[in-house]
Design a protein around this ligand. Structure first.
Ligand SMILES: [Ca+2]
Ligand SMILES: [Ca+2]
Ligand SMILES: [Ca+2]
Length: 214
């Protein structure tokens, strides 16, 4: 079919631009992975709990991937703006008879301001972490913060699953891959983790998949 040269060159240029745009989109979504889907709205979840043992319930409100603690109608703690909190549970995770706030947090970097001396650059990808906090008075204090998890936590429960008097975390793990969102990412069996010394260890691990920290 006859087509003027200038039109043909223009069409080719547009196709190249569209191709480059699609490649850029693919690279971006690959780098974002599963976390791409954590930018949208999240239905509010509100749980009352007296974590600081003062006889009054606080409200733990998770909405749009931000968690806040309200006491006497005042916000006494709010998750940092660069965190995406996907879920939380409250219970004694580390067996000290005090309930803890356990959060699943997606964020960049495995370290805060205190970087290990052997690392020059914090991890720049968004990964899933598990954080334990306590509430003392009106101060939320970190007890333990995991580095980036090998597999993200899709959901978790805290309960004494094996009736040994200590709580375990029942964790449904997923995948960081972008496609896992569409491919039934919670199809694997949930895993059972218990606090020991300074971290969580799998109770139901086989020799192949034993490890520490979910
Ligand atoms: Ca209280
Ligand atoms: Ca505790
Ligand atoms: Ca137990």
């Amino acid at each position: 079919m006859f087509m003027p040269n200038i039109l043909r060159i223009g069409l080719r240029g547009i196709l190249i631009l569209i191709g480059l745009f699609l490649v850029a989109c693919l690279i971006w979504t690959y780098r974002m992975g599963y976390s791409f889907f954590l930018t949208g709205g999240q239905t509010a979840l509100i749980e009352p709990y007296d974590l600081n043992n003062d006889g009054h319930l606080e409200s733990y409100i998770l909405e749009n991937h931000s968690l806040k603690i309200m006491q006497n109608e005042l916000v006494i703690w709010k998750s940092p703006a660069d965190w995406r909190v996907t879920s939380f549970v409250i219970g004694d995770a580390n067996h000290d008879k005090q309930a803890d706030l356990i959060m699943v947090v997606w964020k960049k970097g495995s370290f805060g301001n205190d970087m290990p001396f052997w690392l020059q650059l914090n991890d720049q990808h968004i990964h899933c972490h598990l954080f334990l906090f306590d509430l003392a008075g009106d101060q939320a204090k970190p007890l333990w913060m995991s580095s980036a998890l090998d597999q993200p936590i899709i959901s978790l429960q805290i309960q004494d699953m094996n009736e040994d008097g200590k709580n375990e975390l029942l964790i449904q793990e997923g995948s960081y891959s972008f496609l896992s969102y569409f491919l039934n990412s919670d199809a694997s069996e949930p895993t059972l983790w218990q606090w020991k010394s300074w971290g969580f260890y799998r109770l139901d691990a086989t020799e192949d998949d034993s490890g520490s920290s979910p």
